[in-house]
Design a protein around this ligand. Structure first.
Ligand code: 5AD
Ligand code: SF4
Length: 453
């Protein structure tokens, strides 16, 4: 008998990928994915612990789902609630103490144990917690991917992080760096392409530190993975995220210039433009090192554009340090960027630093930085007006006949669709640029289809 499964995903793309794999894992038990928690037999919150806000959201959502569980119970029906992801890993059984209606808590390394956990929760009435970092990697134990993610899809190649930036929970919640073997990655990519995927984003918390083994047990780099996947017919676009500047190796920089399927857009977080702050963050690079990597990437691929992450109000950040961040942003000229106020995370070194920055100072700095970033995004989007680009049109827009997709630069593009352009890689001319998107017009050719003929 079919049962309803609702998964809510918070946070990073790694979680988006993990949610797909959890659904795959539960399909043999008869669970079918649903878009709403109403009437669900199993609700999984795949959580994020990166900043306090993300965590607070989980607890407020849990309250709402509890009401649904009670409503079902009044009808004599059962709903199981699981908290997975990084809050699950970080807080473990504490979650069940705080929210006793939660039946299961599990960390990101334990998803392959979900079917057994669900069986136990049904049998024993909840209280099931799995937080192990097993020696056998979860990727080997998860079922082969079955559900199609669509024309643009994520593929995890690496997990965990050994960098220990002093603000970040990832090394604690996701554990040590692990790279999947090349053969497993290629096999999964081929399956995805066979199901219609045209764009793959290779994922990892520190993806460019990839060092998996190939069939001859030689250590491969991320550029080897890219080169291998680029040979797959039907796969048209490759991206990867998230990278650390320290791991931007020569071969990876070089492949940006030589592999046309690798998109000319890179998310390369710098966090701060101040050497003082970067040192306190334990980033293992200074501003000059980062700017040099940017310059080398621009030399390798002249039309590349960048995005980044920034933290403002890190402990000890002075006015001058913040100005250094603004200066770096001016120097790079980003196409896009994300910025956050520093949020102390329990268990990380920076959380107990005695030079915390007052909230109002953080607010003010964030506003200034975001205004500059918004300006740069607008400038970038307007600079693409008149250009011909391919757009992967994967969604319907709000208006009749409108299609939405992404340009090579990850710009959201909207066009008036024509018969058959949905789900296709289509050539468009950019006609207008805004702060968060561009509009375009279809010029009639569909490179993907044309190539296949
Ligand atoms: N406070 C604020 N931002 C953070 N990030 C990671 N940890 C914190 C924190 N404690 C940001 C970083 C990272 C992005 C995913 O989240 O900028 O690159
Ligand atoms: Fe966190 Fe990224 Fe630093 Fe790793 S490299 S500790 S994931 S911010």
């Amino acid at each position: 008998m079919s049962k309803k499964l609702y998964i809510k995903t918070y946070g990073c793309q790694m979680n988006v990928y993990d949610s797909v794999r959890m659904a795959d894992c539960l399909a043999p038990l008869g669970y079918q994915s649903s878009d709403t928690p109403e009437d669900a037999d199993l609700v999984i919150l795949n959580t994020c612990h990166i900043r306090e806000k993300a965590e607070d959201k989980v607890y407020s959502d849990l309250g709402r789902i509890r009401a649904e569980k009670q409503r079902k119970a009044a009808n004599g029906e059962k709903m199981l609630i699981a908290v997975g992801g990084c809050v699950g890993q970080a807080e473990g059984a504490e979650i069940i103490k705080r929210a006793p209606y939660v039946d299961m808590v599990l960390g990101p390394q334990s998803y392959h144990q979900l079917p057994e956990m669900v069986t136990r929760a049904i049998r024993d009435g909840g209280g099931v917690v799995e937080l192990d970092f097993p020696t056998v990697q979860k990727f080997d134990l998860l079922p082969e991917a079955s559900s199609s993610q669509g024309v643009s899809a994520f593929l995890s190649v690496q997990e965990g992080c050994d960098k220990f930036c002093s603000f970040c929970v990832v090394p604690y919640t996701r554990g040590a760096e692990y790279s999947r073997p090349m053969a497993a990655i290629e096999k999964e990519a081929r399956q995805m392409v066979a199901q219609g995927t045209m764009e793959i984003t290779l994922l990892g918390q520190n993806v460019n530190a990839y060092h998996g083994e190939d069939e001859q047990a030689n250590v491969s780099s991320l550029s080897d993975v890219i080169a291998r996947l680029a040979k797959i017919d039907g796969l048209e676009r490759i991206r990867y995220t998230t990278s650390h500047p320290r791991d931007m190796s020569d071969d990876l920089i070089a492949i940006h210039g030589s592999e046309p399927k690798l998109m000319p857009f890179l998310h390369l977080p710098v966090q701060s433009g101040s050497d003082n702050v970067l040192k306190r963050m334990n980033r293992k690079h200074n501003a000059e090192f980062y700017l040099d990597i940017i310059a080398r990437l621009r030399k390798s691929r002249t039309d590349i554009a960048f995005s980044s992450d920034f933290i403002v109000g890190f402990p000890g950040e002075s006015d001058k340090d913040f100005e250094d961040t603004m200066k770096l942003v001016e120097q790079v000229q980003y196409a896009q960027a994300y910025s956050f106020k520093y949020s102390p995370r329990p268990g990380t070194p920076a959380a107990t630093d005695d030079q915390q920055v007052p909230e109002e100072v953080k607010d003010e700095r964030l506003q200034r930085l975001q205004a500059l970033i918004r300006h740069q995004q607008t400038v970038f989007n307007k600079s693409t007006v008149g250009k011909m680009m391919t757009a992967l049109l994967d969604r319907d827009g709000k208006h009749e006949g409108q299609l939405l997709g992404k340009t090579p630069y990850m710009q959201s593009v909207h066009v008036q669709g024509n018969e058959g352009s949905r789900g296709q890689l289509t050539e468009v001319r950019i006609t207008e640029g805004f702060m968060n998107s561009v509009s375009g017009e279809i010029t009639g050719t569909q490179p993907h289809l044309r190539k296949a003929n």
